[in-house]
Every structure is written in structure tokens, then in C-alpha cells.
Design a protein around this ligand. Structure first.
Ligand code: THG
Length: 270
């Protein structure tokens, strides 16, 4: 599983406060902790008013890149904001995100041409977010065909089919997994991703639902997840899933994580 650490996000109240106070140490610590916990990419999302988003993102990007040796996942609802800040990235990571809304592809794809940047492609368009399989697959086709014009191959695209809360749609995970299956049949090298927390919205015991979703989706072939790597229970579930799927030779990753106190009972740091 490719882990995209979601913690540096100004919409989380504590993080929003740290951003407002320009508390560099707090952001730095979040970057280091997520990297140590196993994040492959560090998502940075300003979550601020548009007027200050650019300087906030650049500030966050610089702190993270200074603190850890992990590529960024630049998270903004505004494609032109991503265009403005991308030059501050020291190396290619993931652009979060493109979709068929407005002219997003015309802004995002040229930034990726001839580079190693990857992208998260949301299956939504100007009509909104579809939750049926057919529309998700059709939007994916459009996004992949458009990407091809810029030489962007499917293996650089993480399709995010935007899973709906199960409290709102009982079949949410089932249609998500069917979308995953059909998209992968069309494009075997494409990646499928998801934010973990959307599925459990307005439910009790959200973390149990998120962890179980992660387990089932991983088994079904999900490639990456936007998640909280500091959540020890979710990380334990993920490591167990990968061991059970035969992806962890001699269960070494699982036992090492346990021995180091990264999962299971906390061990005091010496
Ligand atoms: N898809 C894509 N990008 C995304 C999302 C997605 N970016 C934003 C979001 N969804 C993913 N990021 C977060 C960040 C924080 C939280 C949820 C999603 C969050 N955090 C609380 C915290 O850390 O304190 C609570 C954690 C918890 O209780 O689990 O809520 O779907 N492409």
C-alpha cells in the first residue's frame, strides 16, 4: 500500500491553529512522525482562505521538505494554486488533484508533461460527483485519454472514485470496489486510491469502519490511501492485511513494527 499521510491539513483544527500561528515546529513534527510511521508521501493542504493559500502552501512545503526525505502530495481544490506552488517542490510527488471539472486538466496535465509527477484523478465533472460505476468508469476514460495527449501514462494516475458515506448509501463500498475492478480491467497499470475517512462519515466507531474499509479495499486491489499513518490501529490492520495477503515475507514488516512499538502496545522511547 502506498501511504499518503493526511495529517498536514489546515482543516484539522489543531493544524489550522499551528498554521495561523506559523508554528513551524508543530508542522515539522507532524512530517517526521508520519514519515517514521510509514508514510510514502506527505500531503500538504492549507485549508485556509484563498487569499493566503499560496504563501501557506509554500510555507508548509518548505518545512516538510526540510524535515523529511519524502515526496509531497500537493492538495488544493484549485488547480491554478497547484500551478503556482509546484516550482517549490524539490522533487516530483503527487498532484492532488485533477478531475473533469472546468479546465482542470488543461492546467494540471501540462505541469506533468515530461516529468515524473503523478496525479490523483477524481471521478467527478461539472455535473458533480457520480456514485454509480458506469459514470465513474466513463469519467476515468476521459481523464486517461486526455492525459495520454501529454504523454502521461496510466501508471502515473491514482484514480480516486470518491467513496460515499455508508450512512448515506448502503452499497457505497460495493460500488466503489466494482468501479475499481472495471477501471483496472480497462487500465491494468492504473492506481486506485481513496481517502479513508469518507466512508464512515456520521457513524460511531469511525476508525473501525475506516480500518475495515482499508482491509477490504486493499484485498480488492486498492493501491494507495490518503490516511492517518499515526493511527496505530489502522496501521496494525494494514500490516496484518498485507501479511495475510502474502506481501510480507516471513511477516517481517509486521513483527518489526510490533517489536519497535509502532503497532500494538506503545513502547517508551529511550
Ligand atoms: N481524496 C483526495 N484528497 C483528499 C481527500 C480525499 N484530501 C483531503 C481529505 N480527503 C483527506 N485528508 C484528511 C485529513 C484529515 C482528516 C480527514 C481527511 C481528519 N483528521 C482528524 C485528525 O487527524 O485529527 C481526525 C482523524 C480521525 O479521527 O480519524 O478528519 O478523499 N484525493
Amino acid at each position: 500500500m502506498i501511504i499518503i499521510g493526511e495529517k498536514i491539513n489546515g482543516t484539522i483544527p489543531k493544524v489550522g491553529r499551528a498554521i495561523a500561528e506559523r508554528d513551524e515546529a508543530f508542522i515539522r513534527d507532524l512530517a517526521i512522525k508520519q514519515a517514521e510511521a510509514g508514510a510514502d508521501y506527505i500531503d500538504v493542504c492549507a485549508g485556509t482562505a484563498p487569499e493566503v493559500e499560496e504563501e501557506t502552501l509554500i510555507w508548509l512545503m518548505n518545512i516538510v521538505q526540510d524535515a523529511v526525505d519524502k515526496p509531497l502530495c500537493i492538495d488544493s481544490p484549485n488547480a491554478r494554486m497547484i500551478e503556482k506552488v509546484i516550482k517549490h517542490a524539490k522533487r516530483p510527488g503527487i498532484l492532488n488533484s485533477v478531475s473533469k471539472e472546468g479546465d482542470k486538466t488543461d492546467v494540471i496535465y501540462p505541469l506533468m508533461k515530461g516529468t515524473d509527477w503523478q496525479v490523483i484523478a477524481l471521478t467527478c465533472d461539472d455535473k458533480g460527483i457520480p456514485y454509480d460505476v458506469e459514470t465513474r468508469v466513463n469519467i476515468t476514460k476521459e481523464l486517461v485519454e486526455e492525459a495520454d495527449k501529454y504523454g502521461i501514462t496510466p501508471d502515473r494516475i491514482h484514480v480516486d472514485p470518491l467513496v460515499m458515506a455508508i450512512s448515506a448509501d448502503n452499497q457505497s463500498m460495493i460500488t466503489f470496489l466494482e468501479s475499481l475492478k472495471q477501471i483496472k480491467e480497462l487500465y491494468p497499470t492504473i492506481k486506485i486510491t481513496s481517502g479513508l475517512s469518507n466512508i464512515s462519515f456520521s457513524m460511531p466507531l469511525r476508525k473501525v469502519i475506516n480500518a475495515t474499509f482499508l482491509t477490504l479495499a486493499t484485498y480488492a486491489g486498492m493501491d494507495s490511501a490518503i490516511m492517518d499513518p499515526l493511527d496505530r490501529d489502522i496501521m496494525a490492520a494494514l500490516l496484518a492485511t498485507e501479511a495475510l495477503m502474502g506481501r510480507d515475507r516471513h511477516c517481517r514488516k509486521f513483527t518489526t513494527a510490533y517489536r519497535k512499538g509502532k503497532i500494538g502496545p506503545k513502547k517508551d522511547k529511550k
